[in-house]
Write a protein that binds this ligand. Structure first.
Ligand SMILES: C[S@@+](CC[C@H](N)C(=O)[O-])C[C@H]1O[C@@H](n2cnc3c(N)ncnc32)[C@H](O)[C@@H]1O
Length: 181
């Protein structure tokens, strides 16, 4: 019997920016998979279980969650912000594509969230009022050459650019790399 897997966006961090739909989805799930800091935001009941995993383990986390849902459980995979923006919804879709046929029978839903980009934009005014784009500076899943190409193309076309993942432990200063572009 196939269960259900819901990918839930928890918003940028403030409790009052979690949507009612996301709260409802959290109330309905039994097993929660995600990066520990996002799971720590949840106030779960004793009958609900957290399964934390590290950053950069998105595909393995998705596969584990799908396997649990395929056993008939109600499973949630949580993301900060919106789960479709540099987050878990894409990893879950990729895991389904590469996984066993039975995973395609799982009832999958994506619950949107307030992205960090929109929350920051609202705080500073209306920088996204005209054409804009979002570019992640993380080179975990794409080569740095491609990131540079996209930055130059977006800047050349006059887009306002929301930069995600500006630094990481392995990439403490993107600006040095950018200045050589
Ligand atoms: C893996 S991406 C997740 C993006 C998320 N799904 C979203 O919709 O905003 C993580 C990056 O999002 C940005 N981010 C996430 N939460 C943020 C916040 N509360 N304030 C500013 N930036 C944030 C940072 O650039 C961080 O490195």
């Amino acid at each position: 019997m196939s269960g259900r897997l819901t990918v839930i966006g928890l918003g940028p961090g403030n409790a009052d920016q979690v949507t009612p739909q996301a709260r409802q989805a959290v109330a309905e799930a039994s097993f929660f998979y995600g990066y520990k800091p996002y799971l720590d935001r949840l106030e779960l009941r004793p009958d609900q279980t957290r399964i934390a995993s590290d950053n950069r383990e998105e595909l393995a986390r998705s596969s584990e969650a799908l396997a649990k849902a395929a056993e008939g459980h109600s499973v949630a995979v949580v993301s900060g912000g919106d789960p479709g923006v540099f987050a878990m919804a894409a990893a879950v879709c990729e895991a389904i594509e590469a996984g066993p046929a039975e995973w395609r029978a799982i009832d999958i839903a994506v619950v949107p969230g307030v992205t960090a980009m929109l929350a920051v934009a609202a705080r500073i005014g209306a920088p996204l009022g005209h054409d804009f784009c979002a570019i992640s500076l993380s080179d975990n899943l794409k080569p740095w050459d491609l990131i540079e190409l996209r930055l130059l193309a977006a800047a050349g076309a006059g887009f306002v650019i929301a930069l995600y993942n500006p630094i990481s432990k392995a990439r403490p200063c993107s600006s040095a790399a950018l200045s050589s572009a």
